[in-house]
Ligand binder design. Structure first.
Ligand SMILES: Nc1ncnc2c1ncn2[C@@H]1O[C@H](COP(=O)(O)OP(=O)(O)OP(=O)(O)O)[C@@H](O)[C@H]1O
Ligand SMILES: [Mg+2]
Length: 522
């Protein structure tokens, strides 16, 4: 009887012989004939193995961007994986309430489409060179492989793949837990996982209903956003990338950030909060923007503080510093400081907003906020870049009514008339109004809160009056000082002219005086 050990020994020697023969064959067989052998061997395999394979890679474009097709397939298969795979990866979605299972590496999942069976495998390309790093190799790339009988080639490539992609996208929208991203400094970017952006779940509760603003203005913005989000075909027709820029400007506490949250909740978009000061240069900025998903609002807050937008201020400063002297220690310190500073330029920013790269992906809204719109370079905020400019201003009575409804659950009150007249005379930000309306203890009722607001409005009015008086006083003082200085310099000038005339009368021209006294009288 043949033992297992003997079988293994025989199999081992057959393998060794085959490898030896194949090596000899490769070495001595004419190179040109080798091509024929390969071609015919493929035909032979094709004849006995009637299945076709399609591969979908995880990354496209030199790892710059994760393939949306790969993501759609992953989501589509997550529904099927729970039926046939045995190892899963779990993801929490939709308000942390449910778990979605997706297939793990090297798992196989079967699917059926119009009675045709197909197989999906999640594979990984292992590195060609072996290294002993604890990190995965740069060659390691995941892919989905779809296998089907070649008889169904048209059905699969024609309809099935579309069916998978559309199903995947629909599931993504359904399961979507929106995210709030913030960019990481490039020293923390690693190629083996997406680390350019960190995220938390986006849970800001602001909506357009809770946003204090004139109703009409709010409606215009809502319509604008809706038109944009439904405008895919329109943007293709007019030949413009599917993106829109919003500039929100106004004093602190007027609701610019709140408006962004309301926009994201209205459109069901993710938010990318881009901190420009940690972006080293224009290339990094471009890489970050390419790595954003569609259905996203990209936000740059306080754009006037984020970088030197005129480009001139920086040069002036440098020149002044150069004149101060070039001490070696100072120079080294300056170099170190410079290396930490963001080198993103205005033109880099403009390019990333509406250059050729900006068309990668689609359905993106870019929002800039600023407290000082006049400081911004006109090129940055021209239409086409910042298409819609929205002024967030001090609280008006209309906006107050929204806040009162949110904070005190009232539609009207006998004190409204007084509050209305006070708003007409006073500037107060919605943030201050909201703070005054908020009950501070269980004893605080509606009347207390409204009276608090009235007191605050009166105090603000008095403060504004006092400020205006002070400003007027300062202005008058300045004007008087200026007039005094003008009068003094005029008197001095007249005095000089008078002296000069008298000298001429006495025959003492400046030239004569030199001759006489050996020095010049000025
Ligand atoms: N228009 C508004 N509607 C509702 N709440 C508002 C509004 N404006 C301000 N608030 C309230 O005031 C707080 C501060 O507002 P927000 O952060 O949106 O102001 P901002 O304009 O972004 O200020 P900054 O310029 O300082 O960033 C918010 O938490 C919100 O509760
Ligand atoms: Mg803000």
């Amino acid at each position: 009887m043949v033992t297992i050990g003997e079988i293994w020994a025989t199999a081992g020697s057959i393998m060794a012989t085959l490898m030896f023969v194949s090596t000899i064959f490769k070495q001595y067989f004419p190179y040109r004939l080798w091509g024929y052998v390969e071609r015919y061997s493929h035909k032979l395999i094709h004849f006995v193995y009637p299945y076709l394979e399609i591969t979908f890679d995880e990354f496209c474009g030199e790892r710059l961007k994760r393939s949306e097709v790969f993501s759609a397939i992953q989501t589509y298969l997550s529904g099927k994986a729970s039926m046939s795979a045995s190892r899963f990866k779990a993801d929490i979605v939709k308000d942390n309430r449910s778990v979605v299972l997706s297939m793990d590496d090297k798992e196989e999942v079967t699917d059926e489409f119009k009675g045709v069976k197909v197989w999906w495998v999640l594979g990984k390309n292992t590195p060609r060179t072996q290294s002993f790093s604890v990190y995965p190799s740069s060659d390691e790339r995941r892919y989905y492989k779809l296998m089907f009988h070649r008889r169904y080639r048209e059905l699969i490539t024609g309809s099935y793949i579309n069916h998978v992609l559309e199903g995947g996208k629909a599931l993504t929208v359904q399961n979507r837990q929106r995210k709030l991203y913030s960019n990481n400094p490039s020293k923390n970017w690693y190629w083996w996982r997406s680390t350019k952006w960190s995220h938390v779940f986006f849970e800001h509760p602001a909506t357009f209903d809770t946003l204090a603003m004139e109703t009409e203005k709010k409606e215009v913005i809502k319509k604008d956003l809706k038109k944009f989000s439904e405008g895919k075909e329109y943007y293709v027709k007019i030949g413009k990338p599917w993106k829109r820029g919003y500039l929100l400007y106004g004093p602190p506490g007027t609701g610019k950030s709140t408006m962004i949250a309301a926009m994201a909740n209205f459109l069901n978009y993710d938010v990318y909060d881009l901190e420009l000061t940690t972006v080293k240069n224009n290339t990094e900025l471009r890489t970050l923007l390419i790595d954003t998903s569609s259905k996203a609002i990209i936000v740059i807050e306080d754009i006037d503080c984020s970088l030197d937008l005129t480009g001139q201020r920086e040069k002036k400063k440098e020149k002044a510093e150069d004149e101060e002297g070039t001490d070696a220690v100072k120079k080294a310190a300056k170099e170190e400081e410079d290396s930490k500073k963001s080198k993103v330029t205005l033109s880099g920013l403009l390019n990333s907003i509406d250059g050729l790269w900006s068309a990668c992906g689609g359905e993106r809204i870019i929002v800039f906020t600023t407290n000082y719109v006049d400081k911004l370079d006109q090129a940055l905020i021209r239409r086409g870049r910042m298409d819609k400019h929205i002024e967030m201003s001090y609280c008006c009575f209309d906006a107050f009514k929204v806040l009162a409804k949110n904070y005190l659950a009232i539609e009207t009150h006998e004190l409204y008339a007084e509050i209305n007249s006070l708003f007409a005379e006073t500037n107060m930000t919605p943030a201050d109004v909201a703070e005054n309306l908020m009950p501070k203890s269980d004893e605080d009722d509606v009347d207390t809160c409204l009276n608090n607001l009235i007191e605050a409005l009166k105090a603000a009015k008095e403060e504004a009056r006092r400020k205006a008086v002070e400003e007027a006083r300062l202005k008058t003082e300045e004007a008087e000082k200026k007039a005094e200085e003008e009068a003094r310099s005029k008197a001095e000038k007249e005095e000089k002219e008078k002296g000069a005339k008298e000298n001429v009368k006495d025959g003492k021209t400046p030239a004569n005086s030199v001759k006489e006294n050996g020095f010049t009288l000025v």
